[in-house]
Ligand binder design. Structure first.
Ligand SMILES: [Mg+2]
Length: 509
């Protein structure tokens, strides 16, 4: 400080009162300025602290909210996972257990503990002719049938038994603690009885049938018991369907025979051992044979000839029908074409399976085979059974018209039995109708069969459809059919099938 700190002479001088006052005032002013500055700083600090506190509070609230949302989402994901796990165990269509769940439950039931494994039975249930329902009434009706069967099975089992759909039209029941064979048989027959009742589909009552194979398990043999039940089911089907078949050891030998037949049939198709045979058709008006139906026969290397009953089902099951038909047709068509060219034979008729018709083989391959062999399409008749026709009549007509457009004629085969639908004759472009052999077989003795045959003949005649009676085996049947105005006949009475057309149509020039 310089004010009054020294006197001009150089020695210390006492400050005057005025100077002290001034000094005091300046100091006080300074203290006051500093206090104000401090207070201002404190206010600012307080403001900032409040802001910080509020920001902190907001942040905590946001964090809590986020935490809650994460927890909720985690819960949702857990629920979804649970539902997905449940879905993986359930058949989506019927809501009962699926194959994975069934096999797991079976393994658990048979695992190590022999007391738990005792009395475990597996019943395999397969619908009879489910494909027919799907083809005729559509997949929607087929699904309704499956749901109905699932419900009936669930209602028929005992508490604790597991009902599952293994796939397609195959169901299974896992029955635990079955006391003995009679108890198992009672359960199986109850299932059969419940399932085999008509089902209402698209407003009509449709018969529903099933076959059941049943097997008893030993500890830890999940695969064995399933295979045994499957063998029993197959045996039930072969024995005529609509029945229960318990497993027996001999069925294993049958399985080996089946596997051997599969191998032999594969080879027969590959080597074209399944060859063309024919059965001639006699026309009433011309009093001679005019056409022939193409038939299949298996020629074994040792000279044995087997009829289709011995191989056709296997050929179809192995998916070899197209290959077999192409082999036969590429052999038969060029041969028959020569008889046709010389005016000895008017037509050849060929049986086409429902699958071959519905999946387009007939529409795509037949015209090509005709072209390759120089066979005139107008001399080919395609025989289809009613089971080949779809429930969608418009679509069926389109598919038939595709064959017609290629020049072929269409025959409805095996007509007059079961649920023959007369309106089809008017709705679809059939040129030929083949009267089923079972009807012909009855016309001598059964007045009703005769009336049905006569009625079909009159209707066909009005619609301009040619009728061929199949399976004519006696002179009396032939005479009755001639009298009733049936256009043509084929059967053992007229000619047995054979491989050589010359036998009926004379040698080629
Ligand atoms: Mg036929």
């Amino acid at each position: 400080m310089s004010d009054g700190a020294a006197c001009p002479s150089g020695g210390p001088v006492a400050p005057t009162a005025d100077a002290l006052d001034a000094l005091t005032r300046r100091l006080e002013a300074r203290v006051a300025r500093e206090r104000r500055a401090r207070e201002e700083a404190e206010r600012l600090l307080e403001g900032k602290s409040r802001e910080l506190y509020e920001a902190n509070q907001a942040l905590s609230a946001a964090a809590a909210d986020l935490e809650q949302r994460v927890a909720e989402r985690t819960r949702e994901l857990d629920d979804e996972r649970q539902r997905a796990l449940q879905r993986a165990d359930l058949d989506a269509l019927t809501g009962i257990a699926n194959r994975a769940a069934f096999e797991r439950s079976l393994r658990e039931a048979l695992a190590d503990d022999p007391t738990r494994a005792a009395g475990v039975r597996v019943l395999l249930i397969d619908l009879d002719d489910f494909k027919g329902v799907n083809d005729k009434l559509g997949h929607g009706a087929g699904d309704t049938l499956l749901v109905t069967v699932a419900r009936r099975l669930c209602a028929a089992v005992r508490p604790g038994d597991l009902v599952a759909r293994l796939g397609g039209d195959e169901f299974a029941v896992l029955a635990r603690a079955v006391a003995d064979a009679p108890t198992a048989s009672t359960l199986a027959h109850r299932l059969l009885d419940r399932v085999c009742r008509p089902v209402l589909l698209l407003g009509r009552s449709v018969p529903c049938g099933c076959s059941i194979g049943m097997a008893e398990a030993g500890p830890g043999q999940a695969d064995d018991v399933l295979r045994d039940a499957d063998l029993a089911l197959y045996a039930a089907k072969r024995a005529g369907r609509g029945r229960v078949m318990p497993f027996r050891v001999e069925l294993r030998a049958e399985m080996d025979r089946r596997a051997a037949l599969d191998r032999e049939v594969r080879q027969a198709v590959a080597l074209q051992q399944i060859r063309a045979w024919y059965q001639p058709v006699r026309m009433r008006a011309k009093r001679r044979f005019v056409g022939a139906e193409l038939l299949a026969r298996w020629h074994l290397p040792d000279g044995e000839v087997r009829s289709p009953a011995a191989f056709l089902e296997t050929v179809e099951a192995l998916g070899l029908l197209d290959a077999m038909m192409e082999g036969m047709l590429s052999q038969a068509l060029p041969q028959v074409a020569r008889w046709v060219a010389q005016g000895r034979l008017n037509y050849l008729s060929v049986n086409v399976s429902p699958t071959q018709f519905n999946e387009g083989w007939a529409q795509s391959r037949l015209p090509q085979l005709l072209l390759d062999s120089g066979f005139p399409p107008s001399a080919l008749v395609v025989e289809l059974t009613e089971t080949a026709l779809l429930h969608d009549i418009g679509r069926t007509r389109e598919m038939l018209e595709a064959l017609q457009a290629a020049g072929m004629r269409i025959a409805i085969d095996d007509f007059g039995v079961g649920y023959s639908n007369f309106s089809l004759l008017r709705q679809l472009p059939f040129k030929v109708l083949k009267l089923d052999r079972t009807l012909i077989c009855d016309i001598e003795a059964d007045a009703d069969a005769r009336a049905v045959a006569e009625c079909i003949l009159q209707l066909a005649s009005r619609l301009g459809i040619t009728v061929v009676a199949e399976g004519v085996e006696t002179a009396a049947q032939a005479r009755l059919l001639d009298q009733a105005g049936c256009d043509a006949q084929q059967g053992y009475w007229l000619a047995r099938p054979g491989p050589d057309l010359a036998a009926w149509f004379g040698p080629l020039a």
